[in-house]
Design a protein around this ligand. Structure first.
Ligand SMILES: C[S@@+](CC[C@H](N)C(=O)[O-])C[C@H]1O[C@@H](n2cnc3c(N)ncnc32)[C@H](O)[C@@H]1O
Length: 296
């Protein structure tokens, strides 16, 4: 199989909810201390705060690295990590949770089309800058691009750019390729399927590819939210959905304030269904279901 097709299928495998390993006895010794070492390494690097109940998930994800490297167990893996800097990103990739979908929390895209785009237009502007922070395999930024295409504007007269970033280089490769299993677009209307996707052939049978026009609207970059952000801003819209949920309150507060700094006056922040800047910062006000506007 072609390398990109196998990469995409591997990404899809990581998403499998039930892992065969979870059902069998453990092959390697995995102590609470091992879990603490992993938890601390991941937190320091990515801000991801693993709760105790993630212990089985961590074991199942990292065991694949131990097997792939033919190591004798977790202690050997920790030594390997110390000596091989390039393993660290694979360690992080293995531990991120990348669950996503096209038009996930669809009311956000309705709001963008019906409120944000007309508001920007009413201000006499034809320029929109959007950041999809924690974009996973690309469904979110491509849904944004589709929304702008379906908005009541002449795209040729507008300057719209979507920056999509993630810490996980594996999901970014999938996002950049823009290829998905056909089941990922099952729920989409036929109009969208025909307009924005091309059917895969040969080794890509059973897959669809995002249209070049959508692909050209999105720039993908690897970016760890804990590090400095290279964008200058001001941005009009930030989608940071189902990402902060993995961070502790302190980290969430810091990120929210940095996002407020980067947004234009009155810029919009969209968060996941179980996330909220409320009680963490006064720089945003709630204007819709999990939709916030910058106050200052
Ligand atoms: C559950 S997915 C959410 C995807 C998409 N935003 C959505 O709501 O459908 C969370 C994403 O955040 C990314 N992530 C986690 N920690 C990160 C960090 N420190 N910097 C950048 N991305 C991070 C993960 O790699 C993962 O792809």
């Amino acid at each position: 199989m072609d390398e990109s097709a196998s990469m995409i299928r591997k990404g899809i495998e990581k998403m499998a909810v039930v892992d065969a390993n979870e059902l069998s006895a453990r092959e390697f010794v995995f102590t609470d201390e091992d879990f603490e070492i992993i938890r601390s390494k991941l937190y320091v690097h990515s801000g991801i705060s693993l709760s105790d109940y993630k212990k089985d998930m961590v074991y199942n994800r990292l065991v694949r690295r131990i097997r792939a490297l033919s190591l004798s167990g977790f202690n050997a893996y920790f030594s390997y990590l110390e000596k091989h800097a390039e393993e660290f990103s694979l360690f992080v990739n293995a531990l991120t949770t990348n669950l996503t979908a096209f038009f996930r929390e669809s009311h956000h895209f309705e709001f963008l089309k019906n409120i944000v785009v007309p508001n920007v237009g009413a201000n006499g502007s034809r320029r929109i800058r959007v950041w999809s922070a924690g974009c996973s395999m690309g469904e979110e930024p491509y849904s944004l691009a589709m929304t702008f295409n379906m908005s009541d504007i002449n795209l040729r007269e507008w300057d719209i750019k979507i920056l999509a970033t993630d810490i996980d280089s594996d999901v970014l490769n999938i996002a950049q390729a823009g290829m998905y299993g056909t089941d990922r677009i099952d729920a989409m209307s036929q109009v969208f399927k025909t307009r924005f996707f091309r059917k895969g052939r040969g080794q890509f049978t059973g897959m669809v590819k995002i249209s070049d026009q959508l692909r050209d609207m999105v720039t993908f970059k690897e970016l760890n939210l804990m590090h400095t952000w290279p964008m200058k801003g001001p941005l009009d819209v930030i989608f940071c959905r189902n990402v902060m949920i993995y961070f502790d309150k302190e980290t969430q507060t810091e990120l929210l304030n940095r996002m407020a700094d980067l947004l234009a006056p009155g810029g919009y922040l969209f968060v996941g269904h179980s996330e909220s800047p409320f009680r963490l910062t006064d720089r945003f006000t709630l204007i819709g279901n999990t939709i916030y506007q910058k106050v200052y």
